[in-house]
Design a protein around this ligand. Structure first.
Ligand SMILES: Cc1cc2nc3c(=O)[nH]c(=O)nc-3n(C[C@H](O)[C@H](O)[C@H](O)COP(=O)(O)O)c2cc1C
Length: 304
């Protein structure tokens, strides 16, 4: 459907998934996705042009539906005729006609069966079932429980996301009925990710319980590494402080993490699988190891 070698998407991560990472993933046989969250339409146009300078392989754009620039961003991707659009944080129904009539495949990110069924009705070409172990904005259901339920509920291809960082995770996604995977955190800690080294090192250092979800009481849960910022935000929520106080600390947090490497007041968005990631590796190596390991696991028989 997408003309790619391996069914591996890199997550359309705001600020992180810019041209160097996106092009590296597509060059290595997966599908890189630009994270357009926080980009002006002009920035997005420039980023698409940068990817095209680096690769002639297909790539995608993620539209963060909470972003006020989405209507103009849709015009940009339609003009650029990118291969794929993924959408996060809501239903893309009102943009579906424009995207599909430009020949763009649309794969909304869904945290629950109900949204998967709804977007299929609107004409989604596939869905990305994203579990709550993921980094960034999340739902409430785990990948293990969500993926097979979405697979049973829709007839379009399902990509699994959340907690996948190696071939074991990829093989597990296939066992659950997914046709591919979307990987976020593992690619933040890749050589090509245009991310401050402090952020990458923090992922390498993290253990299994070193992430926290904040913002649930405000209706916008986000998973990040534990640090001064996220501990303070969690305390504010416990104390039932004014959401404006919460917001004033959280705003711009991902920018501070990505560009400044601010380990104290930055939002180091990352998933629970951070504890498995021990080394910064080139994207090609990550993808090839993942595919090799998944193939090996899936070719093993059962001995019972
Ligand atoms: C730093 C970071 C930023 C993210 N930003 C976005 C975003 O802007 N839009 C989106 O749909 N998903 C976003 N995500 C989610 C990823 O695209 C992906 O689905 C998720 O990371 C998969 O889970 P994993 O981190 O366990 O691999 C983000 C994830 C991370 C780690």
């Amino acid at each position: 459907m997408l003309g790619i070698r391996y069914p591996i998407f890199s997550g359309g991560m705001a600020h992180v998934a810019r041209a160097p990472l996106v092009a590296a993933v597509s060059e290595a046989g997966g599908l890189g996705i630009i994270g357009s969250g926080g980009m002006s339409p002009e920035d997005l146009e420039r980023e698409i042009a940068r990817v095209r300078e680096l690769t002639d392989k297909p790539f995608g754009v993620n539209l963060m539906l909470m972003d006020p620039n989405v209507p103009e961003q849709v015009e940009v991707v339609v003009r650029a005729r990118v291969a794929l659009v993924t959408t996060g944080a809501g239903s893309p129904s009102k943009y579906m006609d424009a995207l599909k009539s430009a020949g763009i495949k649309v794969f909304p990110v869904v945290p629950a069966v109900s949204l998967a069924v709804r977007v299929e009705k609107y004409g989604a070409d596939g869905v990305i079932a994203e579990g709550m172990e993921s980094g960034g904005h999340i739902g409430t259901i785990t990948t293990m429980a969500l993926v097979p339920q979405v697979v049973d509920a829709v007839s379009v291809p399902v990509m699994a996301a959340g907690g996948i960082a190696d071939g074991r995770g990829m093989a597990a996604a296939f066992a659950l009925g997914a046709e591919g995977v979307q990987v976020g955190t593992r690619f933040v800690a890749s050589e090509e990710a245009p991310v401050h080294p402090n952020y990458k090192q923090a992922i390498l250092k993290a253990r299994d319980r070193d992430t926290i979800v904040t913002g649930r009481t405000l209706g916008r849960p986000v998973r990040c590494l534990l640090n001064k910022l996220t501990k303070t935000l969690a305390r504010y929520e416990e104390e039932g402080r004014d959401p404006e106080e919460f917001e004033s600390l959280a705003v711009g947090g991902l920018r501070r993490a990505v560009y400044e490497g601010d380990l104290e007041t930055g939002s180091l968005m990352a998933g629970q699988i951070s504890g498995l990631i021990r080394e910064i590796k080139p994207v090609r190596e990550i993808i090839e190891e993942m595919v090799r390991e998944a193939r090996e696991i899936l070719s093993r028989g059962l001995d019972f």
